[in-house]
Structures are given as C-alpha cells and as structure tokens.
Design a protein around this ligand. Sequence first.
Ligand code: ASE
Length: 299
Amino acid sequence: MSSTEDLDYPQILFQYNNGFLVSKVMFTACELGVFDLLLESEGPLSSDAIAERLGTSATGMERLLDACVGLKLLGVEIKSEGAFYRNTQVSNLYLTKSSPKSQYHNLMYYSKTIYLCWHYLTDAVRDGRNQYERAFGVSSKDLFEALYRSEEEMIKFMYGLNAIWSICGKDVIAAFDLSPFTLIYDLGGDFFKDPIPEADLYILARILHDWADDKCMQLLAKVHKSCKPGGGVLLVETLLNEDKTGPLETQLFSMNMLVQAEGKERTPTEYSTLLTAAGFREIQVKKTGKLYDAILGRK
Ligand code: ASE
C-alpha cells in the first residue's frame, strides 16, 4: 500500500476510532453468557434460541452474535432454517466462565471499572493523576483505598489479575532458575505499612508499576533490608522498549496506570536504576515475548 492511498483513506484511523466498540461487543457477549451457553449446548444454536435462553431481545442478540462472528469470536453456519452460531476455539478456552484459563473476570474488570476510568482520560492527562474521584466519587488520597473501595471491588480486581496470571504466569516463572531460593515471599496487601518477613526471594508482581519512583524506592529499600544475604528480588512487569516506542500494549497499560494508579510502566533501565539505588546488584532482565517480563536482582 502506498502512502497516498493511506492518506486518501485513513483505514488505521477508522480502526482506532472503533476500538472501544470492539471491546464492548466482546464484554457484552461475555457478560450475557453467550459463550457459556454455546459451550454447554449440544450443537450450534439459532439467534432466537440464544435470545430466549439468555432473556434478551431477539433483535439485539442477532446483531451481537453477528458482530461476534465478524470479530471471529463465534462461527456461523447458514442452513435453510437460518443461521446457527457456535464458539470458536479461542472463545471456548478463554471466554467461558468455567474454563481454567477463563478471562471472564479480567474482561468484567475492564468493562465495569477500567472503562469508566478511561472516560476521564483527558482529565487524567490534564491533572497528571488517577480519576477515582470523578469516576466513582472516591476522594481518598490512598491508592489502596481507591482501588479497593469496597470488598466487592477488591475481589473483582483480584479475580481479574488472577485471570491474566493463569495465562502469563508460567513464562515469567520460567524466565530464571529460581531453584536456589528456598523461602519465597510474594508481596501483597499493604506492604508499605506491614512488616516484610525475612526470605530468600521476594516476588513483586505488578507492584512497582502502581507507584511513583519515590514509593518504589521506599518499598525496595524495605525489601532489601529484610532480604537474606545472597537472596534476591524478582520483578514481574510489562517492559517498555528503552526508547519507549513500544510495545503498544505496554504504552496503553502505562496510560491505565495514569487513570487508575500512581505509577507507570517502565523500561529495563528504569527498573535497574531503582533496584541499584535500593542496593540490589547483578540485575538481569528477561523479556518473555509475552505480556509480562521478569527482572531479577541479588542482594
Ligand atoms: C494494577 C494492575 C492493573 C493496578 C491496576 C490495574 C491491571 C488493570 N488495572 O497493578 C492489569 C493490567 N491491565 C492494564 C490495562 O493495565
């Protein structure tokens, strides 16, 4: 494709413009239980049968199903009696509630929480901080209080993160030989207030990206103090390229940290600098080629 064609018909802009429509179609089909019903049904189902079983309008369901076919989340077979829909392999594996790799909770967290925060993205860029006050009326200065503003919200968040972990966890854990570390402590809860017990290895998975540099330094210094000599710290984060030109997914997550948290996604050098300043050495970075990468530092 030549650049004149690009300028005459800016397909990429149309695609980006419609990006959130795509997200919402997937979230809605998931929320209504379309993929669960098609997993449990003996064979393909008609739109009317799906609408009746899920208690929706026939006209709404037919359009939702057809859009899912367009997105390759459903397959369709046209018979003389009409159209019959079935799950694709990806939908069976990841979009049904009962699958061990189900992304249902992750999608629901995006649909119910992240989507609302992103309504205030312009404000977030203007203010340079998260948008809990505008999106949910939470005026707390404490990120934990905002992120976990109710027990229900905390559980939705944890289930969402867990869903991603069910896909990405194994690559991160395989990135380094962790067998020398016998006592491993996975940081969670309010690690700024709570004491951190002595251990050989501390795992900080998707922790530092929530916080500004000063808080990261404070936390890493605390971890370093508790760490046994010869022990280490394993950071699990999505890494930006050194020049911050990508990956796109990481750039978008960094924007999410702006609207939802106090931190940002960082480059390998930025994480190394934080670790070194806290007293860790022999820092190794492993890109996994998947969403989450791993960084190991030693005491
Ligand atoms: C956090 C992780 C996440 C804090 C808030 C979060 C995720 C969503 N919201 O530590 C998971 C990663 N996804 C995105 C869009 O950032």
